[in-house]
Design a protein around this ligand. Structure first.
Ligand SMILES: Cc1cc2nc3c(=O)[nH]c(=O)nc-3n(C[C@H](O)[C@H](O)[C@H](O)COP(=O)(O)O)c2cc1C
Length: 169
């Protein structure tokens, strides 16, 4: 079994980010989980949503050492669906019975696969992931970005993808 899994969240499955992670996922031979197929609701201080898909999904992710977060840059940040998922990790901090799950994230490595219409992923976007990984005790493994200003053009990112895939070998 691979030690790597990807979680994907975009407003469309087969858009720029979806195509980019399909290529990378194929190179790495990993599973890609689409958050749009999951029922995960926004963080709730009263935790009335504990029965949704968040905890089963987290249990699945915790079997892997390397987790790739896949999202387009929307307004200098992650997609709303990805943000909802990340917000829900606060459940681990709030609830005694979930603290062990939060602890299990420690020392795992987080990676980012992203697309935007800029030369580079926005620093605010990357830093929000890096700071979140650090807060959760995870290592930052690296990122790869595709500039889709002129549509998704895979020929332009071959070297970047090769460099990224090597991080997992
Ligand atoms: C709501 C929205 C916000 C966006 N915000 C940014 C942005 O802040 N910076 C940027 O470079 N591109 C931005 N873009 C462009 C997307 O990041 C880019 O088109 C990306 O490749 C779309 O991926 P997708 O096909 O998976 O949605 C935005 C696009 C949308 C729809």
């Amino acid at each position: 079994m691979s030690d790597t899994i990807a979680i994907f969240a975009s407003a469309r499955r087969n858009g720029n980010t979806g195509k980019f992670i399909d290529w990378i996922g194929n190179e790495l031979d990993i599973e890609i989980i689409d958050l749009s197929g999951k029922n995960i609701s926004a963080y709730d201080y009263e935790h009335k949503n504990l029965d949704d898909d968040f905890i089963p999904l987290m249990n699945q992710l915790l079997d892997y050492e390397k987790i790739i977060f896949v999202t387009p840059v929307y307004w200098f940040a992650a997609s709303a669906q990805m943000k909802v998922f990340i917000d829900r990790t606060s459940d681990f901090l709030d609830l005694e019975e979930l603290k062990d799950m939060g602890q299990r994230l420690r020392n795992k490595s987080g990676y980012i696969v992203c697309t935007s219409t800029s030369n580079e992923a926005a620093p605010s976007f990357l830093n929000s992931f890096k700071d979140t990984f650090e807060y959760l005790g995870m290592n930052y493994g690296g990122h790869v970005h595709a500039n889709c200003e002129n549509d998704y053009s895979p020929g332009e990112y071959i070297e970047d993808v090769e460099r990224f895939v090597k991080l997992f070998k």
